[in-house]
Design a protein around this ligand. Structure first.
Ligand code: AMP
Ligand code: MG
Length: 482
């Protein structure tokens, strides 16, 4: 077996106060087999699949061998789930191998997800099954193509073991997740609940050192960090909305302090446009519906601000004032980012005009009225002629009136080529993900490979993957990634 390269682990998280984690190794699996590897990301980390070989990669990314320099640990955190305080959560099925510095100078965390039970498993088995691992692999790695900040999947390994879920025994898998950081709102909520001001300061220092160095010399670094995180969240959620992405489980333990999309459980891209669309089968109240995502992002930031109160200022009323001001910025930051993203989608590349949002909303209203496919509709909006776009709507007169108005606003034709670089042709559609999982479970990986390849060039039309699902193919619910 060829050897695994020694990575430049610096393990900053393992140097934090010990109440923030438990040291432990991943639990070995029976028969690890690598079924996916992100070569591009591997290259950035200095991990070359060809040279190392799949067998060694499978040993490492199943957790069967811990790489040299890693100090594996499960992190402690708390959180609000579906708006309710859940208290202690923590990595119940994940192990952080450590942080490394990439050639680019960036710091990233490498984490195994599905790597066995930890002290934070709360009765769970610590494992993941193949389905959600495939979903996270495909969706998270597609995100950067659309300019959406996200954790990435480096590798995915099947374990040769079964895990027991509601559906019965299912094949197990481990995902290797690479994130700027796994520090979340829930990390600070955990420290606040323990009234651990020193721990809070230590985590803030770590974040600023590694991910926000420009804030180091701020007058009040904690306030500066809060503001920076709020801005990143507002930008992130604006990008989700412009893509029709529904996260599905925006709990505070799934809100990253580095502004990346994290935790692809019951997530999905919308097919037919519906502002109140919900996918998650466990979200009975529709709390995490498409149109609620900005509001929930705002709420999560309020939870962060509250957890940071003791370090924002020595004097409580002053701290509350800092927190309130920062959180109150969110709606405007979000509105600005959303307008910018949508203006790009509509090919409005000139300076903003006051009626732009109204014009764009009118289009969305028409889409909603006819349950038009979100991605396909925006892709056809890019077309040079409007035949296929108009064919998506029942009221031809209304849509052609709207197109007329749009062209008047543009003062001429739209820029097809530029718009096609913004409105993707291929997204990780749910029915294709489900189909991919279904055959992969039976050992057929051809669809996975074809889909993954198409997702690498999502601004290019694809015969299969660009199509919207037929009524009968539409997936209405996604299940939690447990
Ligand atoms: P999530 O909904 O994936 O963000 O998970 C919420 C919490 O449940 C986290 O603390 C997870 O570590 C934990 N968890 C989820 N699935 C499992 C599992 N199969 N075994 C143990 N803990 C789990
Ligand atoms: Mg989570």
């Amino acid at each position: 077996m060829s050897s695994f390269p020694s990575l430049a682990f610096d393990n900053r998280f393992a140097r934090l106060p010990e109440q923030l984690f438990t040291r432990l190794s991943p639990t070995p699996v029976a028969e690890p087999s690598l079924f996916a590897f992100n070569d591009e990301l591997g290259a950035q980390l200095g991990i070359d699949r060809q040279r190392i070989g799949d067998a060694t990669l499978a040993e490492i990314f199943s957790g069967n061998s811990v790489p040299v320099g890693s100090e594996p640990l499960a992190a402690a955190y708390a959180g609000h789930q579906f708006g309710h305080w859940s208290g202690m959560l923590g990595d119940g099925r994940a192990v952080l191998l450590g942080e490394i510095s990439c050639a680019s100078g960036e710091h990233v965390d490498i984490q195994l997800k599905g790597s066995g039970p930890t002290p934070y498993s709360r009765g769970g088995d610590g494992r993941a099954w193949l389905g959600p691992v495939i979903r996270e692999y495909l969706v998270s790695n597609a995100m950067p193509k659309y300019q959406v900040p996200s954790t990435l999947a480096l590798a995915a390994v099947s374990t040769g073991e079964y895990v027991l879920r509601e559906q019965g025994p299912l094949p197990g898998a481990v995902l290797t997740r690479v994130a700027k950081s796994h520090i979340r709102v829930g990390t600070f909520e955990y420290l606040a609940a323990k009234q651990d001001v020193e721990g809070t300061r230590a985590v803030i220092d770590l974040l600023i050192d590694t991910h926000y160095p420009e804030l180091k010399n701020s007058e009040n670094p904690a306030v500066a960090l809060l503001n920076a995180v709020i801005e990143k969240q507002a930008n992130l959620i604006a990008r989700w909305q412009a893509l029709g992405f529904i996260h599905g489980v925006m709990n505070t333990d799934n809100a990253s302090l580095t502004g990346e999309t994290i935790d692809y459980g019951p997530c999905a891209f919308m097919d037919e446009f519906n502002r109140s669309k919900v996918f998650s089968s466990i979200d009975q109240q529709g709390r995490y519906a498409y149109q609620n995502q900005p509001r929930i992002g705002h709420w999560n930031m309020a939870m962060l601000a509250q957890a940071l109160l003791p370090v924002l200022a020595g004097d409580e009323p002053v701290a509350i004032q800092f927190a309130q001001t920062a959180v109150d910025h969110f709606p405007q930051l979000y509105a600005n980012a959303y307008t910018e993203r949508m203006r790009e989608k509509f090919g409005l590349f000139d300076s903003p005009q006051t009626d732009d949002m109204e014009l764009m909303d009118a289009f969305l209203d028409l889409m909603q009225a006819d349950s038009v496919d979100f991605t396909l509709c925006f892709r056809h909006l890019c077309d040079e002629d409007s035949d296929e776009l108009e064919a998506l709507f029942s009221d031809r007169e209304k849509i052609s009136e709207w197109i007329h108005r749009w062209h008047q606003r543009l003062n001429g034709p739209h820029n097809t080529t530029r718009m096609q670089q913004i409105n993707p042709a291929v997204i990780p559609r749910n029915h294709w993900i489900e189909a991919t999982i279904e055959v992969a479970v039976q050992g057929d990986w051809t669809l996975f490979q074809r889909f993954e390849t198409a997702l690498r060039n999502p601004f290019v039309e694809h015969a299969d993957f660009s199509q919207a699902p037929e009524q009968a193919q539409r997936v209405q619910a996604t299940f939690c990634g447990t």
